[in-house]
Design a binder for this molecule. Structure first.
Ligand code: C5P
Length: 218
């Protein structure tokens, strides 16, 4: 029996995580947060003080790392047995993840780890290259985006609500730099698949985005 896959790709801060989790819960499907795999590798590299630019060292770290995902109400990630969930959400981790994600050899090593998430009754896969590289066979593909200023404003609000000091200008600059790095890299850049459904969530409430995605499946 073919295993259904819904891919949700797009730039950082477009709401992919929230939408993907809500849709996966509604459908009772598994959820792959592929960004958390690149973020975990970044956490490991920063902890071991390894040069993020060194492709072959990064690929061997990627090969050796053991990840466990606990997909309850909140995603809990254990890296080599240690709970790293809190570190994964840091801005510095996301920025470092986008540096390690440029390396083709790292992406090659992580490909199978991502494909292994495809299990019955179905999978919602969130990332940058889910539709173009990891699950090109998916029958439902979404490209979810929002303007950079709207994504920065949402991120700023999230940080302030968590009591974390934030600077809107710095967040906007980091988002634009990450967009550029993710879109311009040679291997598996952030790009919309030809057969993807495009959603610009800049002026849409979250519930409307979730409904639009669910309507594609039904
Ligand atoms: O989605 P998230 O912000 O957690 O991703 C962190 C970084 O990991 C991205 O900026 C991107 O460089 C990288 N990434 C990727 N391919 C994916 C998911 C994430 O290159 N499928």
């Amino acid at each position: 029996m073919a295993i259904p896959v819904l891919t949700i790709d797009g730039p950082s801060g477009a709401g992919k995580g929230t939408v993907s989790r809500a849709v996966a819960k509604k459908l009772g499907w598994h959820y792959l947060d592929s960004g958390s795999i690149y973020r975990s590798l970044a956490v490991l590299a920063l902890k071991e003080s390894v040069d993020l630019q060194d492709e072959f060292v990064m690929a061997s770290l990627a090969q050796a790392m053991e990840l466990e995902f606990d997909c309850g109400d909140e995603l809990v990630v254990r890296l080599n047995g240690e709970d790293v969930t809190a570190q994964l959400g840091l801005e510095a981790t996301g920025n470092a993840a986008s540096i390690v994600a440029v390396h083709p050899e790292v992406r090659r090593v992580l490909l199978q780890k991502q494909k292994d998430f495809k299990r019955l009754p179905g999978l919602v896969a969130d990332g940058r290259d889910m539709a173009t590289v990891v699950f090109p066979e998916a029958e439902n593909k979404v490209f979810l985006t929002a303007s950079a200023s709207e994504r920065a404003a949402r991120r700023y609000k999230q940080l302030i609500e968590k009591g974390i000091d934030a600077n809107i200008v710095q967040i906007t600059n980091e988002i634009e730099e990450r967009d550029r790095r993710d879109s311009e890299r040679k291997t598996a850049p952030l790009a919309m698949a030809n057969d993807a459904h495009y959603i610009d969530s800049s002026d849409m409430p979250l519930e409307a985005v979730i409904e639009e995605v669910l309507n594609l499946i039904h």
